[in-house]
Every structure is written in structure tokens, then in C-alpha cells.
Design a protein around this ligand. Structure first.
Ligand code: V47
Length: 369
């Protein structure tokens, strides 16, 4: 009988999707509690198409930079951060960063720089502003998607400026958009357990709200697969949906699967999320977030073969070439850190979809027949 009940519950979700009705907390729980993966995938893909989605699957030719891993916050899920005294701690000057980025750009032609860092307490706001200004001067056509909301907030504590002032200054220097990190899980209980030193979720929302109102688009994320409950995942996604209703500035949602290696969670026996959970999270995100246009299957966290399957579970974006990813690698990521354009095209095509190279703002640059 369990199967019948279960079909019935997903049936309610299907009826709502067909009617274009918003899904609620109960629906979110029904999705996460379902083990009928294929039904979830079909439903998510259906919802995506019903809201105007096509066979197009996006990727961006980008590179990742991490200017410093020195961090004042000791998030328990993070294997990337270091204190200044640790041997592997580093902080790169704007000059060195730009020199390297320019050489790398000449070799690859990326259109986006994605940069996130530790919250380094030993630098000042000029360090950040000068970095953006120098990158922008050297590579004016490259979109700078830099600094999570946590880093923006950190800059306000370094400088005494407000979120708005920091964002205005960075925008004037050449910042294009913000990545979605720092969100983790918004529920207080989880945040206290995994990131006690991190700013309150209201701060994360205030930064994104301010950015959207200043015309700076952003991304949003959820770090799942650690101590959070299904209720807390639904709560997280509903809060993002409410924010998007208010400002509409989220370009994409990226569910980030927790990688436990080299963190305290590894010693406590935590394991990497399963493929089933990853696919379910993508379907869940697409179904619940009816107002965020793009959902990314982040190949760095799940590998390209699984990311290609995820295109049938509500995802319509595979992020990009990436090159030099550090955060997931530090926590046991095994997927490699670079994907060639030809490989992205091959996987997307084999999944029966149309590869479209985009810029950061989802303008089409090239498509493959
Ligand atoms: O906030 C850190 C996550 C985020 C681990 O906007 C981890 O397109 C899993 O902002 N296991 C920073 N996740 C990275 C980030 C990001 C990443 C990809 C795409 C985008 C985007 C933004 O990385 C952190 C945290 O949620 N993270 N450690 C870990 N061990």
C-alpha cells in the first residue's frame, strides 16, 4: 500500500504542476521523501518545459580564481580555508592575479571569471576593490562574477561601509555579478552546527536584495547532504523563492552536494551524497523554484556523466569549463577541474539536448546543431 500512497502524493504535485500552481512545504516534502526517481525526473522536466524551457542546455566558458584561502570563519564543512599561519595559506596580490588571468585568457578565451575566497581578516577593502578594478582594466570584455554575499559582508566589517556602498564601489570598479555561495542552509539549527561563525541568513538575503536593487544579478545555492533535514531543505528553497518574488535578480540556482573529505564530518563518518540524492535535489529545486529560470547541474560535484543525466531531472545548465576549481577539490572532489568545450558539447548532445554557449547573463554566444 505504501506504493499507492506514494503515487498518490506525487499525484498531487503533478496536478499542481499541470495547473501551474505553486508547490508548498507539503509538496516539497513529498518530493524529497519519494524514491520514484524516474517519476521525479519526468515531472521536473515537464515543469521546466511548461514554464517555457526548451532543449537548450547552457554552459559558459569560464575560469575560477581564488585569491586567498585565509579565512576568519571556521565553517565545519570547508576544507579550503586556512589560517594565516598554516603552511598552505596563500594570498595573491592583485598584480599577480591579473598577470596570471591575462596569460590564461590569451590561451583559452574564457568570457567569465568566477572568484570566491576566504574571508581574509588581514587585508582591507582596497584589496578587493583594486583587484576588481585591475582585472576589469586588463580584461574589459570578461564578466567578473566575484565574491559571495559572505565576502561582501566581510568587506563591510573591514571598511565600515554599508552593503550598498561596498556593492556600488565594486560595481563601479567593474564587478558584474555575485556567485551564490555562503547560503549553506538558512535554518538556524543547521547553521549553528555547520557554520557557527558565519553571518545570519538575513545578512545573506540583505546582500542579494541590495545587489538586485542595484542591478547586479546574483546566483543562489544550497549546500546539502550533511546534517540538514528535508524540512530544512524545503525551508531554504522557499526562502529563496520569496526573495526572487521580491527582486527577481537570481539568474540561477545551484544545489551544492556536500563533500566531507578533510573536514570534521569525514572523521564523524559522513559520506559523499549518492547520485540518487543529487538527482532528487535537482528535480526538487526545479519543481519548487518556479521563478528562477536556470538550475545548474554542477559537473564539478557530480561528474559530467551524471550531470548529463541530470538534464532529464530539471537542470538546463552545466556551469562551464571551470578550470582550476579549488573548493570541492580540497574536500575530496574527484571530477577533475577542467572540462573542454568539446567535452561539454559531446555530453550535452549525447543526452539529447542542444548545447548553447552563453555569457554570464545567459545571452547566447554559440549553438551546436
Ligand atoms: O558557500 C564549501 C560550498 C560555496 C564545501 O554561483 C562546499 O555559480 C560542498 O559560491 N562540499 C562557495 N560544498 C562556492 C560558490 C559557488 C560554487 C559553484 C557555483 C557557484 C555559482 C558558486 O562552496 C560555499 C559552500 O556552500 N562549499 N565547502 C564542501 N566541502
Amino acid at each position: 500500500m505504501a506504493t499507492l500512497d506514494h503515487t498518490g502524493t506525487l499525484g498531487v504535485v503533478r496536478e499542481k504542476v499541470e495547473a501551474g500552481e505553486r508547490l508548498d512545504l507539503e509538496d516539497g516534502l513529498a518530493i524529497l521523501e519519494s524514491d520514484d526517481l524516474l517519476a521525479l525526473g519526468e515531472l521536473a522536466d515537464h515543469a521546466r518545459r511548461r514554464r517555457g524551457g526548451t532543449d537548450d542546455v547552457y554552459f559558459v566558458q569560464n575560469t575560477y580564481l581564488n585569491q586567498t584561502n585565509v579565512c576568519r570563519v571556521k565553517c565545519k564543512f570547508c576544507a579550503f580555508a586556512a589560517t594565516r599561519k598554516q603552511e598552505h595559506a596563500y594570498t595573491i596580490t592583485a598584480e599577480e592575479l591579473v598577470e596570471d588571468a591575462v596569460a590564461h585568457h590569451a590561451a583559452t578565451g574564457f568570457t567569465e571569471i568566477h572568484m570566491v575566497n576566504g574571508e581574509n581578516p588581514h587585508v582591507d577593502f582596497d584589496f578587493y576593490r583594486d583587484t576588481i578594478a585591475s582585472l576589469h582594466a586588463a580584461l574589459p570584455d570578461v564578466h567578473l562574477k566575484c565574491y559571495t554575499a559572505s565576502e561582501i559582508h566581510h568587506m563591510t566589517t573591514l571598511s565600515g561601509l554599508t552593503h550598498e556602498q561596498v556593492l556600488r564601489e565594486l560595481k563601479d570598479a567593474g564587478l558584474g555579478s555575485l556567485p551564490g555561495g555562503g547560503a549553506e542552509i538558512f535554518a538556524d539549527r543547521v547553521r549553528r552546527l555547520v557554520a557557527p561563525g558565519k553571518e545570519h541568513p538575513d545578512v545573506w538575503f540583505h546582500v542579494h536584495d541590495t545587489a538586485h536593487r542595484l542591478g547586479i544579478p546574483t546566483h543562489c545555492t544550497m549546500l546539502y547532504g550533511h546534517v540538514e533535514t528535508y524540512e530544512e531543505r524545503v525551508d531554504h528553497i522557499l526562502r529563496l523563492r520569496e526573495q526572487q518574488d521580491r527582486t527577481g535578480g537570481f539568474l540561477a540556482f545551484i544545489p551544492l552536494a556536500f563533500h566531507p573529505e578533510n573536514t570534521v564530518f569525514e572523521r564523524r563518518g559522513f559520506r559523499h551524497t549518492t547520485g540518487a540524492d543529487d538527482l532528487k535535489m535537482l528535480a526538487f529545486s526545479r519543481l519548487m523554484l518556479d521563478n528562477v529560470p536556470n538550475v545548474k547541474a554542477y559537473w564539478i560535484m557530480m561528474g559530467m556523466p551524471m550531470a548529463a543525466v541530470a538534464l532529464h531531472f530539471g537542470a538546463n545548465d552545466v556551469q562551464g569549463t571551470v578550470m582550476r576549481e579549488e573548493i570541492f577539490k580540497a574536500a575530496g572532489g574527484r571530477t577533475g577541474t577542467e572540462q573542454k568545450v568539446e567535452e561539454l558539447v559531446r555530453f550535452v548532445t549525447a543526452a539529447g539536448r542542444v548545447p548553447v554557449q552563453r555569457d554570464t547573463l545567459y545571452n547566447e554566444l554559440r549553438r551546436w546543431p
